[in-house]
Design a protein around this ligand. Structure first.
Ligand code: ACO
Length: 331
């Protein structure tokens, strides 16, 4: 008799954001913008910016320790650490390896996935595969990004959008077959690689004095194109993961979308016909924290008691690549 593959579930969550708050009015002092413009176009009121002596691994560590505590597990219980990030401490080794050492983990394997804003969903989906294969019992899944270090603070079209943060989830074998990650899907379209990217600093264009002078080490983005494809792609993939789980939109208790922009989120909710009361928005507080946005929001709603046993939660994300994904979880 073949045994059914175990289902994976989120056993605990944690998050961490820097203490330093940068408001829209603060930004209006350094670029030609206003609180009114930023609020109307994005819904963002303020964001957190990491202090100079810290890195993505410091936020990741705090979020991870909180997630382990929430799960009632010790670092020794982990088999794997998977981090979604595009702003690791170093080009290499991975942020996951740096985090492993900071947490004092032993006998684990650790690696990063770089899917930009979809990093956490990619890491979560990979952890689900490892757990269902029986290879891993407990994985620490983290999204941590410090995009403030990769912004051109003279470019008003991008510097207003992003903030720093980290979120983590302990993902382990579900003790109830009906609960856990019911379905997940990932997708990419690399033909959009240069629609949202950092031009220099990689193997194609290593850092030189000229690349620094040309400000090529910060985010370049065609915002309108991102907006259009993001809404369409997140709608499609959300419908597909719900189909996979044999659920419909009305079954969803809560949507925790990537927090890029309030307008993207409301457009997505409208296309899915999901009322905004069921959609989590915290972009006004943190801006777009890339791979951290979903786990930070998920941690906040769990701690606020907004997720009850049996609730169906839909996660969806979109980012550079383009890379996007979605997951359906029954808590
Ligand atoms: N303050 C004031 N004016 C500004 C600012 C600013 N911060 N930024 C741009 N403008 C100006 C532009 O220069 C332009 O002026 P012009 O008409 O004189 O040329 C005008 O405002 C309109 O600019 P648009 O780029 O057309 O503005 P748009 O309505 O498209 O909004 C925005 C821009 C907010 C970036 C929007 O395109 C967007 O939200 N795109 C999605 C991008 C995103 O969220 N990316 C995150 C990464 S990917 C992800 O996480 C999904």
């Amino acid at each position: 008799m073949t045994q059914a593959a175990p289902r994976s579930a989120i056993l605990g969550t944690g998050s961490a954001v820097p203490a330093t708050v940068v408001t829209n009015d603060d930004l209006a002092k350094i670029v030609d913008t206003s609180d009114e413009w930023i609020t109307t176009r994005t819904g963002i009121k303020e964001r957190r910016v990491l202090e100079g002596d810290k890195a993505a691994s410091d936020l990741a560590r705090l979020a991870s320790e909180r997630a382990l505590e929430d799960a009632g597990l010790d670092v020794a219980d982990l088999d794997a650490i998977i981090v979604g990030t595009c702003t690791a401490d170093y080009q290499f080794p991975s942020l996951a390896c740096v985090l492993e050492a900071k947490l004092g983990a032993r006998d684990v394997f650790s690696f990063d996935v770089n899917a930009a804003c979809s990093g956490f969903l990619n890491a979560l989906s990979v952890s689900d595969m490892f757990i269902r294969s029986g290879r891993v019992r407990n994985a620490l899944v983290v999204g941590s990004d410090v995009l403030s270090r990769f912004l051109d603070w003279q470019d008003r079209s991008t510097c207003i959008l992003f903030g720093d943060g980290a979120g983590a989830a302990v993902v382990g074998v579900s003790d109830d077959d009906d609960r856990g990650i019911l379905s997940s899907r990932l997708q990419t379209d690399g033909s959009y690689a240069e629609t949202l990217y950092i031009r220099a600093g990689g193997s194609k264009k290593p850092a030189t004095q000229e690349t620094v002078e040309n400000r090529e080490h910060s985010i370049f983005m065609n915002g309108k194109e991102v907006f259009k494809v993001a809404v369409r792609s997140m709608e499609e993939i959300s419908r597909r993961v719900l189909d996979d789980a044999e659920l419909c939109v009305d079954d969803v208790s809560l949507v925790v979308p990537h927090q890029a922009n309030r307008r993207i989120i409301t457009a997505l909710a409208a296309r899915l016909s999901i009322p905004m009361e069921k959609v989590i928005v915290n972009v006004h507080k943190y801006g777009n924290t890339s791979a951290a946005s979903i786990p930070v929001a998920l941690d906040e709603v769990r701690r606020e008691g907004r997720i009850a046993d049996g609730d169906i939660v839909l996660l969806n994300a979109f980012g550079a690549g383009f890379a996007w994904g979605a997951a359906v979880i029954r808590f």
